[in-house]
Design a protein around this ligand. Structure first.
Ligand SMILES: NC(=O)c1ccc[n+]([C@@H]2O[C@H](COP(=O)([O-])OP(=O)(O)OC[C@H]3O[C@@H](n4cnc5c(N)ncnc54)[C@H](OP(=O)(O)O)[C@@H]3O)[C@@H](O)[C@H]2O)c1
Length: 281
């Protein structure tokens, strides 16, 4: 039976417990007609995986393979042509089920079920093999290594939906604020917005992270520990566009109150609220 790694339940309160890892054996997968079996080559971490070990994440599952991001090669497929077409391909997996492409959120009446150490989805990428519906895989980008491709889906998809799809402001010359640039989603949001030609501004608690963000394409950055960070940010904006077109924020709190004042009047306020709600899923 192929191995996987899961968390084992021990006594302890959320926040003070740190669940140990254990190797588990999972049944050798037999693909259904529309399934593919992937031999995983790389899996990637998100902050949620640490939260799971600390029991600071909802619906955690013991004995369920951990991690939601992975890349590998399809080694077996069900009988349907859509599944057969993936045989031998290097792929990444959709980190969850129930949400294909609807703009207003998951299509499934039971909602989005993220994989990796949860009760709501039996799969995880910290495993040797994974069986999954062929509709939940995508070709791994040829220019990325297995480790790089594995790191793309969850943070990348979240950042793409927030920055490009939801704000509608991934347009040259727009001013986008991405908060907490040390975060995984924030870095992807910066890369997507900068590639689209936006002027991207960032916040961070770290001068080093602000400097790195500029190397990655940010037009400027401020330290959110600074009590005047909003005034400093306003001063950085170009004289012909003294407002933010959108904010992509994963932290909430202070930035919502101060950031709202800098947003262009109109629908962009909705964009800020949408991003917060999307990213808190
Ligand atoms: N990771 C994913 O794939 C994913 C998927 C769906 C939704 N989300 C949601 O997206 C958000 C970000 O997730 P993430 O995984 O990218 O988080 P993360 O890697 O933990 O990054 C969070 C960043 O937020 C900043 N931050 C922390 N406390 C702050 C505060 N009080 N005020 C302002 N900024 C603060 C920090 O930035 P600095 O280090 O620069 O100070 C930190 O690095 C979360 O709400 C998460 O639930 C994440």
């Amino acid at each position: 039976m192929p191995p996987a790694i899961a968390i084992r339940k021990v006594e302890g309160k959320p926040g003070s417990v740190y669940y140990p890892l254990e190797t588990i054996d999972v049944p050798t997968p037999t693909p259904g007609p529309n399934d593919v079996v992937i031999r995983l080559a790389a899996a990637a971490l998100n902050h949620r995986d640490l939260f799971i070990r600390q029991h600071l994440y909802p619906a955690i599952g013991f004995g369920v393979p951990l991690l939601a991001d992975g890349a590998g090669v399809v080694i077996a497929a069900g009988t349907n042509p859509a599944a057969q077409a993936w045989l031998g391909a290097r792929v990444v997996v959709n980190p969850g089920s129930g949400w294909a492409d609807a703009l207003d959120g998951p299509e499934s009446p039971t909602g989005y079920a993220i994989m990796g150490g949860t009760k709501t989805n039996p799969r995880g990428t910290l495993a040797e093999l994974m069986c999954i519906d062929a509709g939940e895989v995508e070709a791994a980008p040829a220019g990325l290594s297995d480790a790089e491709a594995a790191a793309l889906p969850l943070a990348g998809l979240t950042a793409w939906r927030a920055t490009v799809v939801k704000t509608g402001n991934a347009v040259p010359g727009r001013n986008i604020l991405v908060t907490g640039i040390g975060g995984g989603v924030a870095i992807m949001a910066l890369l997507f917005a900068a590639a689209a030609g936006c002027r991207v501004y960032v916040t961070s608690s770290s001068e080093e992270k602000l400097a790195r963000a500029k190397e990655l394409g940010a037009a400027g950055g401020v330290n959110y520990k600074d009590k005047d960070w909003d005034k400093k940010l306003l001063a950085m904006l170009p004289s012909d566009r003294k407002y933010l077109d959108a904010i992509v924020d994963g932290a909430g709190g202070d930035v919502v109150f101060r950031g709202m004042k800098m947003l262009k009047v109109g629908s962009q306020l909705l964009a800020l609220l949408k991003e917060v709600s999307l990213m808190s899923r």
